[in-house]
Design a protein around this ligand. Structure first.
Ligand code: C2E
Ligand code: CA
Ligand code: CA
Length: 550
């Protein structure tokens, strides 16, 4: 194959569509536990009659740059509908196909309406189609993409967040966008299972559980990776281990050979538990309790004196949460001796909630252990509990427990580092703000708002700050010029500026964040008090630039 130039691509694009040189490959997705197929992703291909097959990483950015990606994406969607229709007509069992939506498609207000028309034209039930959006769609704000998401949901499409965690402010995006499925790329691990990548992965998995969102893991190449993800509770897999992307014919053949199943939400709980059976050593419940679930316990709760008593734990509980104690020692522990008042309250609230709701309720609590073996240690335990029986004022509970200490710490880290990125932290003694280069809008941190009496949003920045005298008149032009430089893509600017009417010297600094095409998006400003020529930040230096979390 030979690489095509940008011009050759742009000029050849319409013909490529017309002669089906642009076409769709399919990469199936599997449940690693059952081996069944749960769906597939449609991937665009371009096979030029002379230059040969072009890689998406080469041609998609060019289509995006030249405003052609919309037509290409719509074309792919139509090809997928056509293929699904043919499958239904032939009485084949088909799986849902995920279609990629470029972040540039969101600027085209018609995207959702157009695909909806195509779907109707081919009369494909919406459950057989999914849309993949990427984190980068939220660059410049979540409003546009959030509207697209709502529109897609209103028609019944499930939406996947592609390449989750690959960059730009993942946690915030997850909070703002109610996606139905998260796609995680195995690149995250970068070959070191159990290391830092492992901790980040497992905290993302944990977060997804908190949000009740299933995960598909992409780029799984080895059985070790698949098993590792399974151990974290992620069983849905797409990757070379199971299958590479293949043309439609090969995909149909594969799909015909393999059983299918429907994706399930994150956690499955045992329904209709019969409490009595827990005491019967030969019952199915006992078998499940001892062998198949993770760490589990049965405990009683006296609603009059708020006492809890552990009645049974399984072997995984002893391993994971036992902290070196034997089963007997665990059961002997006095009510609440391992938790402080706050954690006791959290746990008790959860117990009460699940009595009221009759449903599964969850909490995370820190427990303090003091053992001969390891001295004092704190662990965080996630408990999913539900009532399984009642006698008088005593309730019987079944609980699944997980030691989430590492995830919890990693999550807090991650969360903190993102917050730090946006609002330099209080303790660091920094005033921070975010400057949106295109709109000239400035968003100050809480500290700026409080100490300088600023509103949450300043338009036409830096004029308002100059007007109220935060930046004194003799520095106004220099400061205006800084913003011109930022617009022109200058990455970092810094200097000492006497601020406010008090003319207190501050070290003022800007650093810029760019989009994938190298255009400047936002600049993060900070001001630190200068004392005798030194910055007076007492946080670690360079913290506020720790922006990427992978
Ligand atoms: P993506 O959406 O993240 O798609 C997954 C990519 O990972 C695919 O690359 C797939 O072939 C590759 N992959 C799957 N399993 C493995 C594995 O086990 N190991 C490795 N190393 N790679 C694996 P592909 O097909 O080259 O596509 C690249 C990107 O191009 C896609 O990344 C997507 O961003 C874009 N793309 C592909 N088709 C379309 C489309 O129809 N529309 C738009 N807008 N973008 C598309
Ligand atoms: Ca994708
Ligand atoms: Ca992906």
């Amino acid at each position: 194959m030979q690489k095509m130039t940008e011009q050759e691509m742009v000029e050849g694009f319409q013909d490529a569509l017309k002669f089906n040189n642009i076409y769709v490959c399919y990469q199936p997705q599997f449940n690693h536990i059952t081996g069944r197929m749960i769906g597939a992703e449609a991937l665009m291909r371009w096979k030029h009659p002379i230059f040969g097959v072009q890689m998406p990483s080469d041609f998609i950015p060019i289509l995006e740059k030249n405003n052609l990606i919309y037509d290409a994406d719509i074309y792919v969607f139509e090809m997928v509908c056509k293929s699904q229709r043919a499958g239904l007509d032939h009485g084949r069992e088909i799986v849902p196909i995920s279609v990629n939506m470029s972040r540039y498609d969101i600027y085209n207000n018609d995207y959702v309406k157009t695909i909806e028309e195509i779907r109707k034209k081919y009369n494909v039930p919406v459950k057989y189609l999914r849309i993949e959006i990427t984190e980068s769609s939220a660059i410049g704000g979540t409003e546009l993409i959030s509207n697209v998401l709502k529109e897609l949901h209103s028609y019944g499409y499930l939406v996947e967040m592609d390449d989750f965690g690959s960059g730009y402010s993942s946690l915030n995006i997850l909070k703002d966008l109610e996606v139905d499925i998260i796609k995680l790329d195995m690149k995250f691990l970068q070959g070191n299972v159990g290391g830092r990548g492992g901790i980040i992965l497992s905290s993302i998995v944990q977060m997804a559980r908190w949000l009740d969102t299933p995960i598909i893991v992409e780029g799984v190449e080895t059985i070790e990776q698949a098993n590792y993800m399974k151990s974290l509770g992620c069983n849905y897999i797409q990757g070379y281990l199971y299958a590479k992307p293949m043309d439609e014919e090969a995909f149909i053949e594969k799909s015909n050979q393999i059983h299918h199943e429907v994706m399930q939400p994150a956690i499955n709980l045992i329904d209709n538990l019969e409490a009595g059976k827990f005491w019967d050593p030969s019952s199915l419940e006992t078998l499940i309790f001892s062998n198949y679930v993770g760490a589990a316990t049965v405990f009683s709760y006296d609603s009059i004196d708020e006492k809890m008593e552990i009645l049974r734990v399984n072997s995984k509980y002893v391993e994971e949460i036992g902290m070196g104690r034997t089963e007997k020692e665990i059961i002997k522990v006095k009510s609440w001796s391992e938790v402080d008042d706050e954690n006791k309250r959290i746990y008790l609230d959860t117990v009460k909630r699940s009595i009221e709701s009759g449903e599964e309720e969850s909490c995370e609590t820190w427990r303090q252990f003091c053992t001969d073996l390891c001295g004092e240690e704190k662990i965080c335990v996630r408990t999913d509990m539900r009532v399984i029986g009642k006698t008088g004022d005593t309730y019987l509970f079944y609980a699944l427990c997980r030691n989430v200490t590492d995830e919890k710490r990693a999550f807090d880290e991650l969360y903190k580092s993102e917050r730090r990125f946006r609002f330099a932290s209080e303790q660091a003694n920094v005033y921070a703000w975010e400057y949106d280069i295109a709109s000239k809008e400035m968003r100050p941190c809480y500290r700026c708002m409080r100490d300088l009496n600023l509103p949450p949003l300043l338009k036409n920045y830096p004029e308002p700050a100059i007007e109220v005298g935060i930046f004194p008149p003799d520095y106004a032009d220099m400061y205006r010029d800084w913003h011109k430089q930022l617009e022109n893509g200058v990455g970092t600017i810094e200097g000492i500026i006497p601020l406010t009417v008090g003319r207190v010297p501050f070290h003022v600094r800007y650093s810029t964040v760019y989009d994938e095409n190298g255009r400047p998006l936002k600049a993060y400003g900070s001001a630190t008090l200068v004392v005798d020529g030194e910055d007076k930040a007492d946080g670690e230096k360079g913290e506020e630039s720790g922006q990427e979390n992978n």
